[in-house]
Design a protein around this ligand. Structure first.
Ligand SMILES: CC(C)(COP(=O)(O)OP(=O)(O)OC[C@H]1O[C@@H](n2cnc3c(N)ncnc32)[C@H](O)[C@@H]1OP(=O)(O)O)[C@@H](O)C(=O)NCCC(=O)NCCS
Length: 325
């Protein structure tokens, strides 16, 4: 087991090093608050941008060692120390940035990545990835994921030590039908569905840990962020014990089921169906007809649930890349 770990470690390190050596990476530094404007503009202006933030903003992670910036070449230390730049805050032009956060450990996602076309993009990514990976290892992160929402990373990630771990697919429902057995509120005896409260979040984090592999888990913190932005967020209590939840957000003219999780000890008893039926009724009360959701292509149980409720696979898929640290 130990040897296997060392081998993966060595392969990842070498492939990243090989690309990083192609550019002068000495300037890679932690991204700080004063980079906020430049990073926001970089994410808009360059063709190679990746933003996977769930409930936060890219700039929310500024100052973390997991968020790095790559200044444009030619911006010398002397310039940085010049009198002018001490009087006016320097506006350093960046050619790239990359942020990865573990929320919760032991897995982290690449949340933000951006690199200018003028740079050697793969080398710039490698140069930024190295310090981030070093930092994540120190925080006991063992897996780094990259959800390829756009196509451009797919060509470069294998060369940087990522392997294709999964795919997620979007499912859509536009009708207003419910399965017959979910129509009665008392379909599951002892079950109560109610809006989430702050005090519930620790229990939801534990359900996430029991139900999902590390890469897919939500922490209590991110669920709390989601709470403030949700369309509806309900917990399922069976005889007073929280055993599942659903979290939904607004999506244009429709709703998006962002998460539905039932503790594995209670799967197959109609809890997921009751939560989903409850969520759909809430969307319809808001006049929202189109519902979307994403699920992993190997998550067969969830696909049965969604198909039972009349969701169809849209064919829109996003590769999930991972690197074992
Ligand atoms: C998906 C999930 C929410 C379903 O919750 P559940 O309480 O087990 O769902 P239900 O008991 O209401 O079952 C609904 C349907 O799903 C299907 N189903 C549930 N578990 C299944 C399994 N292990 N294999 C195949 N089908 C399954 C059945 O068709 C069932 O309908 P039926 O009883 O009429 O045949 C639950 O499996 C879960 O929490 N999984 C882990 C988290 C997750 O993957 N969430 C969704 C992705 S974000």
């Amino acid at each position: 087991m130990f040897q296997i770990y060392l081998k993966i470690d060595y392969v990842v390190y070498n492939s990243v090093m090989e690309f990083a050596n192609r550019i002068d990476n000495s300037g890679v530094r932690t991204a700080v608050q004063s980079d906020a404007r430049e990073i926001t503009q970089l994410l808009r202006r360059v063709p190679y941008s990746h933003v996977h933030v769930d409930w936060q903003l890219p700039v929310d992670w500024l100052g973390s060692p997991g968020f790095v910036a790559l200044p444009e070449p030619g911006y010398s230390t002397a310039q940085r120390r010049s009198v002018a730049s001490r009087l006016l805050p320097p506006r350093e032009r960046l050619q790239g940035c990359l942020a990865a956060t573990a929320d919760p450990p032991p897995a982290a996602w690449v949340r933000v990545a951006s690199v200018a076309a003028a740079a050697d993009p793969q080398a710039a990514l490698a140069a930024m990835l190295m310090p981030v990976v070093d930092y994540l290892r120190k925080t006991a992160v063992t897996q780094l994921g990259w959800l390829a929402i756009r196509d451009w990373p797919n060509d470069w990630l294998p060369g940087l030590g990522f392997y294709r771990a999964n795919e997620i697919e979007t499912y859509v429902k536009e009708d207003k039908q419910l399965p017959e057995e979910t129509l009665a509120e008392t379909a599951v005896p002892g079950l109560r569905i109610r809006p989430v409260q702050f005090a519930d979040l620790a229990a939801l984090e534990q359900i996430e840990a029991a139900a999902f592999e590390p890469l897919w888990r939500y922490s209590a913190d991110s669920l709390n962020q989601a709470r403030g932005q949700s369309l509806c967020f309900d917990v399922a209590e069976l005889n007073g014990v929280i055993i599942g939840f659903q979290l939904s957000s607004w999506a244009g003219q429709g709703a998006h089921l962002a998460r539905i999780t039932v503790h594995p000890d209670y799967h197959g008893h109609g809890i997921g169906s009751a939560l989903l039926a409850h969520a759909l009724k809430t969307y319809w009360e808001h006049g929202l007809r189109r519902v979307s959701l994403n699920t992993q292509v190997d998550n067969i149980a969830s696909q049965y649930l969604y198909r039972k409720f009349g969701f169809d696979a849209s064919g829109q898929r996003f590769p999930v890349w991972a690197m074992d640290l």
